[in-house]
Design a protein around this ligand. Structure first.
Ligand SMILES: [Zn+2]
Length: 296
């Protein structure tokens, strides 16, 4: 599975599409995520995969939706090469009311969408932030592209779960209209899109390939596929230093408690589940650093 990229022959519309089922299933397995977090992280992963495929080798896109609802936030990151990962602070969250079991908008609440774009040889990534307009991820990304980059787009992201809450399919498409396009072409695309009844995740479940589910959107407009030969993969580049560093968010009191127990402990990367051993001395030095930084 890889991100497929297409461009119309007049170069005014570009489309990226992906079947990300395996990567989203892997995320759900590693994080033991419940339906709402799975749908949210899954959609963000698909969005990040699609957006990063339009960049250059080595570049990354991070998508952060930060709301005031019980799910807290959703984060996904992908690079041009199709390596993708995701994080949610409350993967275990389940809505109280049955009618809200799949209501991502309600679980996320009101908030902001921030998209970062990292580039090799540049220290600071580029950040853009907009208000969330729907909390369903796809519409929020479309809103961001319009507000921050003046790009009109269609963003369709989907995760399909079975009755046990397990991922059956996941994927989506991102269609972007470039400046200078003929309005008649835009009308044609809009009309094509309006006649699409089925969600992308259902089309993938039915066995359609990215090329097959993109085709109806570009009906009547000649287009070409661009090479993009990277296998999509759930991949976490965590290092012991970074994961252990996260312990400093615990604060001095908690660290002291752990130190007092005089046992080597273990921390787990929340994105991939990998475990790292932490020695008591390491806890001591984390505490010392915290103490120093809290003094000024
Ligand atoms: Zn990790």
């Amino acid at each position: 599975m890889r991100v497929h990229r297409f461009v119309t022959n007049d170069l005014t519309i570009r489309v990226a599409a992906v079947d990300a089922t395996a990567a989203v299933q892997e995320m759900q397995k590693l994080q033991n995520a419940m339906p709402l977090a799975t749908i949210g992280m899954g959609r963000a992963m698909v969005g990040a995969l699609l957006m990063s495929s339009q960049l250059k080798p080595g570049q990354e896109v991070g998508i952060l939706l930060k709301g005031n609802g019980p799910l807290g936030s959703l984060y996904a990151q992908s690079n041009y090469e199709g390596q993708v990962r995701a994080y949610c602070p409350h993967p275990e969250y389940i809505a109280h009311q049955e009618e809200d079991f799949l209501n991502l908008k309600k679980a996320l609440g009101f908030g902001q969408l921030t998209i970062s774009r990292q580039q090799p040889f540049q220290k600071q990534p580029f950040y853009g932030t907009v208000e969330m307009v729907s909390g369903e991820v796809g519409e929020d990304i479309a809103h961001y592209l319009h507000q921050s980059h003046q790009i009109r787009s269609l963003v369709s992201l989907g995760v399909y779960l079975d009755s046990y809450g397990k991922v059956k399919s996941a994927g989506g498409l991102l269609l972007e209209v470039m400046p200078g396009v003929e309005e008649t072409v835009v009308d044609k695309v809009q009309k094509n899109a309006d006649s699409q009844q089925e969600a992308v995740s259902k089309l993938i479940l039915a066995g359609q390939s990215p090329e097959e589910f993109v085709r109806p959107y570009l009906e009547g407009i000649p287009f070409t596929e661009l090479p993009h030969p990277f296998e999509v993969k759930y991949f976490c580049p965590c290092t012991p230093e970074r994961v252990k560093g996260a312990l400093s968010t615990l604060g001095i009191t908690d660290l002291e408690e752990m130190i007092a127990q005089k046992q080597d402990t273990e921390v787990q990367c929340q994105m991939c589940g990998r475990r790292y051993d932490v020695k008591t001395e390491e806890l001591e030095s984390l505490k010392e650093n915290l103490r120093k930084s809290s003094m000024h």
